[in-house]
Design a protein around this ligand. Structure first.
Ligand SMILES: Nc1ncnc2c1ncn2[C@@H]1O[C@H](COP(=O)(O)OP(=O)(O)OP(=O)(O)O)[C@@H](O)[C@H]1O
Ligand SMILES: [Mg+2]
Length: 450
């Protein structure tokens, strides 16, 4: 799943992925371990008893099962409905997970806007619809079982009557009827078990389908990584891109970030700056045009999922994981030593506050950076990017949460101590211009060099 193409991955809600990978995977596993073996064992028991009966008296065996195909065709209609309700119940389950996750994550918004009642009503409403579906499902299952039972007992009485008639005519011996009465239970019980396992099999099938959908996500190709070069230039040549269902979002983009340069990208909110970065990182593919990386020997290589490691990246917004500060920074380089982490924190102007924490770099950050400020989270994210030894760095509005002085210190450090790194900075701050070797402005989907 982590190899899925980013735009495809975004089609489902993250809570839906979690639900599928936990609940559906558990239902699938119990189907494989419990339901399918017991279905097969009932089928074998049924077939064996049927064969024994057919051996002694084929006619009685046929009459016992004569209604089987009819019951099968009638209940097929119900099976389809039951399968659909199972799918809808799963969709509601995912929706409940999605709403709960979003409500918990945005608890301050819910409190500030007094959305407590609305939020619980929305979730209650989904639970209510789910409950109705479960009742509908239980009714359908019961109707299906009653139809099966009726046809099964109908077969029994028909076969029994044929047997009695046979004794009367002298065509069937009493011994065969005794065998029939003995074997009937052996046929009836597995038949009931088979009927009872059908809803479980339908639920199993629904979960399996939902997991197979995940398998169908398009994977990124070219995900092998070539050795990281010491310096890197980045070029975009006549690149066009639009998100699915949108038009002319980025048109004819030409950009060159030479090794060791600081390149600024400015422009209005929503003009396409982050989209341009996603293109450079091969998270999305250009509709037209090319993105080329040049290494120290000026060898051109097309940007792809494999060589995105040549660039380190600090995204817009909070991108921290729950865990310690050191854990978070080691996402940039798992083998980073404590000294390297402290040095990266110092460059990112974060060591001042981390060193005052009781546990220093081993202080725990909770989910989505709870426990530290937005600006502190951004500086830890910068430190994480710095321990990843890549020749190019991209900052997507990372200094927006910082005061002017801290921002100045970070930019000065970058210019002074990271001379050989190519730095692409997206910013709205005019003050950053003084550190730039080149400035581009994004305007109505076009990139203009100032
Ligand atoms: N995943 C997506 N699917 C569809 N459209 C998107 C997606 N992400 C962004 N867009 C749209 O693409 C356009 C450019 O978005 P982008 O995030 O690149 O803007 P931006 O310049 O980075 O804005 P900001 O300064 O607010 O971060 C916007 O109109 C946005 O609505
Ligand atoms: Mg953006």
């Amino acid at each position: 799943m982590v190899n899925a193409y980013w735009l495809d991955f975004n089609r489902l809600h993250s809570a839906d992925y979690v639900f599928r990978l936990t609940q559906d995977a558990a239902a699938f596993t119990s189907g494989i371990v419990d339901d399918i073996p017991s279905f097969l064992s009932s089928a074998v028991k049924f077939a064996a008893s049927f064969c024994v009966l057919a051996y002694y008296q084929p006619m009685i065996a046929v009459f016992t099962f004569v209604f089987g195909p009819i019951a099968f065709f009638i209940t097929r209609f119900y099976s389809k409905k039951i399968k659909r309700t199972y799918q809808m119940i799963k969709e509601y389950d995912s929706e409940i997970n999605e709403k709960l996750q979003e409500n918990f994550q945005n608890l301050p918004i819910i409190k500030v806007f007094h959305l407590e009642e609305l939020s619980s009503n929305t979730i209650e409403n989904i639970y209510h619809q789910r409950k109705n579906l479960i009742i509908k499902n239980a009714i359908l299952n019961n109707i299906m079982n009653i139809i099966r039972a009726l046809f099964s007992w109908g077969g029994y009485f028909l076969a029994y009557s044929v047997g009695i008639l046979g004794i009367y005519n002298g065509t069937i011996s009493l011994g065969v009827i005794v065998i029939f009465l003995q074997l009937f239970n052996q046929i009836q019980q597995p038949m009931a078990e088979l009927a009872g396992s059908i809803p479980k099999m339908l639920a199993f099938y629904t979960s399996a389908e939902r997991l197979v959908e995940l398998e169908k996500l398009n994977s990124e190709c070219d995900s092998h990584c070539i050795e990281i070069p010491s310096i890197l230039s980045i070029e975009m040549v006549n690149v066009n891109f639009s998100y699915p269902g949108r038009e002319n979002q980025l048109t004819n983009i030409n950009l060159r970030a030479d090794a060791g340069n600081i390149v600024l990208i400015m422009g209005k909110s929503g003009s396409g700056k982050t989209t341009l970065i996603r293109l450079i990182l091969s998270l999305i593919k250009p509709d037209q045009g090319e993105i080329i990386f040049y290494d120290g020997q000026n060898n051109p290589v097309k940007a792809n999922a494999g060589n995105r490691q040549w660039i380190t990246y600090v995204p817009q917004g909070n991108s921290l994981f729950s865990g310690t500060i050191a854990d978070n920074i080691r996402y940039g380089n798992p083998s980073a030593t404590d000294e390297e982490i402290i040095s990266a924190l110092t460059f990112a102007q974060a060591w001042d506050f981390v060193s005052t924490l009781r546990d220093g770099i081993n202080s725990v950050i909770k989910e989505r950076g709870v426990g530290i400020s937005e600006g502190q989270a951004q500086r830890i994210a910068i430190a994480r990017a710095l321990v990843h030894k890549a020749p190019a760095i991209i900052f997507d509005e990372v200094t927006s949460g910082l005061d002017a002085e801290t921002e100045k210190c970070i930019m000065e450090t970058m210019k002074r101590d990271f001379k050989h790194k190519t730095l692409i900075v997206i910013t709205h701050r005019e003050a950053v211009k003084e550190y730039a070797d080149k400035i581009y402005r994004m305007h109505h989907g076009s990139l203009i060099q100032e």
